[in-house]
Design a protein around this ligand. Structure first.
Ligand SMILES: [Zn+2]
Length: 220
């Protein structure tokens, strides 16, 4: 199997299959090539399954009548003509009023701009729901930044920012809370070692179940 090799200062091997089916291996700086080849061979079945997933995954469309996940439930896109762009949700109908005809990309941008405004409130409330324990430990509240990220759901920077992926708006609060809790636990531990997971177990005993509900793949 052909793969792209990225070496970096890390201790373990990691494997990723991109949406186009390409295999990417991340490896420690000095690990021998044979070791890496073996690793890829041992994961052949897993790689094939990921490639199948990408091949058969239905693409998200942004046309009138298409379904979009919003905070964990499907809502129907309703495109209507208007001079100025406006987005609003009523029951299960997400109405996008904008100059028509509009490309799918333009509709998607309108919905994403609307999501971004909503996300600020949702993500801040999630932080508030869960921050009390960390505040009692003396941590300052991180500053929220909402980003479109291709490779991660969230991150916590040393400079006090919590970065959350806008695409989390597809999920319900149970999943959003999981990603937020994961990042908050990085206030205590900057790694994913046993202590980090022990803290996750204490703060959110069912975090593994919630994590499983996240697509393992990020939006393209
Ligand atoms: Zn992490």
């Amino acid at each position: 199997m052909d793969y792209q090799l990225v070496r970096s200062k890390r201790r373990t091997l990691a494997l990723r299959v991109a949406p186009d089916g390409q295999i990417e291996v991340r490896a420690p700086l000095r690990l021998g090539r044979r070791h890496i080849d073996d690793f890829v061979r041992e994961h052949q079945d897993w790689i094939r399954r990921q490639q199948d997933y990408w091949r058969t995954r239905p693409r998200q469309h942004w046309r009138d009548g298409d379904t979009v996940p919003h905070l964990g439930r499907p809502v129907r896109l309703n495109l209507v003509e208007a001079a100025r762009t406006r987005v609003g949700l009523e029951h299960d109908t997400l109405t996008v009023a904008m100059p028509l005809p509009a490309s799918e990309e333009a509709v998607r941008e309108a919905v994403e701009a609307w999501w971004r405004r909503l996300a600020r409130g949702e993500f801040l409330r999630s932080i508030e729901r869960q921050f009390h324990w960390f505040a009692a430990r003396g941590h300052g509240a991180p500053v929220l930044r909402i980003k479109k990220m291709r490779t991660r759901w969230g991150s916590l920077s040393q400079r006090g920012y919590i970065n959350l992926n806008l695409a989390l708006m597809r999920y319900d609060l149970e999943v959003i809370d999981y990603v937020v809790m994961h990042e908050l636990c990085h206030l205590e531990y900057a790694h994913h070692g046993p202590q980090f997971h022990a803290l996750m177990d204490r703060r959110m005993p069912d975090w593994r179940r919630r994590k499983q509900r996240l697509d393992q793949f990020l939006p393209e």
